[in-house]
Design a binder for this molecule. Structure first.
Ligand SMILES: [Zn+2]
Length: 163
């Protein structure tokens, strides 16, 4: 992560950081030593990395259990649910026979309510393998399903744009 340090004589004590177009801008008092500042920056970086990827396979398992209780009366069971880096062009997948669910890693960066929709979608496949009427009725129990689909379509269109 690129860090831009801006020192100011007017700034008295506090160090402030903000993200601007993927770069971290650090506003610091002029008198502060490089050592103290670097120390502060590494702590800020760690905190930001944590905020960006707080989600793990355990997190997915916890969300899936919660959504199972909420929208499927706790009736579903599966062997595993985990993030996969090999789902670039898909949001997730569900193997009905093995009862395993994979969620694309990129979903970990999306808002929780969007990731929840993808989890509900894959959970519903445990009951309905295809995308028919019954399947859609199951997924629509999640109230933000339509909004999440819109969010995903817009975000994926941006991701595919050549940079
Ligand atoms: Zn599907």
């Amino acid at each position: 992560m690129e860090v831009i340090i801006k020192r100011s004589k007017r700034r008295k004590k506090t160090i402030q950081a903000r993200m601007i177009q993927g770069k971290m801008e650090v506003l610091a008092p002029a008198h502060i030593s490089d050592g103290v500042l670097q120390d502060h920056i590494s702590r800020l970086k760690a905190r930001m990395a944590e905020r960006e990827y707080p989600r793990s396979d355990e997190h997915l398992q916890a969300r899936a259990s919660l959504l199972n209780q909420k929208y499927f009366c706790g009736t579903l069971n599966w062997n595993s649910i985990c993030y996969s880096p090999r789902q670039e062009h898909r949001r997730g997948s569900c193997s009905v026979n093995a009862r395993t669910i994979r969620i694309s890693e990129r979903l970990a960066k999306y808002p929780q309510w969007v990731e929840d929709y993808v989890i509900v979608h894959e959970l519903a496949h445990l009951l309905e393998p295809n995308h028919g009427k019954e399947f859609k009725a199951l997924v629509r129990q999640y109230p933000l399903a339509e909004r999440a689909i819109g969010f995903l379509m817009a975000t994926e269109a941006l991701d595919r744009r050549p940079s």
